[in-house]
Design a protein around this ligand. Structure first.
Ligand code: ZN
Length: 195
């Protein structure tokens, strides 16, 4: 039975490297995967799955208007063995429901990788829907930048200062993020923030 997976974690938990690993594993068995990424920032003109340790590969970019079920059902060539989605927090709830239909009606496994919540500890819309409908949930873990406990969120910084207000998604700004535990989200150690 195909299933809908949601692998979630804070920034820096290795989601992109995991998606590249899963794609490689399928392809080393001669199976084709469909690699998708929501394009919220189209300055670069194409989709890319890029990990922090330097590995990257192109991915098919999708917009909020893309009907994922229609796209996969009507795709060229043979059906993919699996659909892998990076930055799945940026999917719309409707697109998550379309992915559930891909699993149930087309019998293609779908693995979505993304952040659970934003820098203000609020669920992303795509992640909320994935938590509601996915068959399998898996937390990918990383450690707090300040204490080494498990990171459950990420703190946004700009000019060395923590940011507790602002847009959920900022494009092209100078902000940076650090994975943190809940305590250090409230109480970051300012001298440890990279300038
Ligand atoms: Zn901490």
């Amino acid at each position: 039975m195909a299933q809908l997976y949601f692998e979630y974690g804070a920034m820096g938990s290795g989601k992109s490297i995991e998606i590249l690993k899963v794609a490689h594993n399928y392809e080393s068995q001669g199976k084709r995967v469909l690699l998708l990424t929501p394009l919220i920032d189209d300055r670069f003109g194409q989709g890319m799955v890029a990990s922090r340790i330097g590995l990257k590969r192109p991915a098919q970019a999708i917009s909020e208007q893309t009907d994922l079920y229609a796209m996969i059902e009507n795709g060229q060539g043979e059906k993919p063995a699996a659909v892998l989605i990076d930055e799945a927090q940026f999917l719309t709830p409707t697109q998550v429901d379309q992915l559930a239909l891909v699993v149930d009606d087309l019998a293609i496994p779908v693995m979505a990788f993304g952040l659970k919540q934003d820098a203000f500890n609020t669920l992303f819309a795509g992640s909320k829907r994935l938590l509601e409908v996915a068959d399998k949930l898996e937390e990918m873990k990383t450690i707090c930048s300040f204490c080494g406990k498990k990171a459950t969120t990420q703190l946004r910084f700009a000019d060395g200062q923590p940011q507790y207000t602002g847009a959920q998604v900022q494009i092209g700004g100078d902000e940076a993020y650090l994975p943190t535990c809940r305590y250090h989200w409230h109480h970051p150690i300012l001298t440890m923030i990279p300038q």
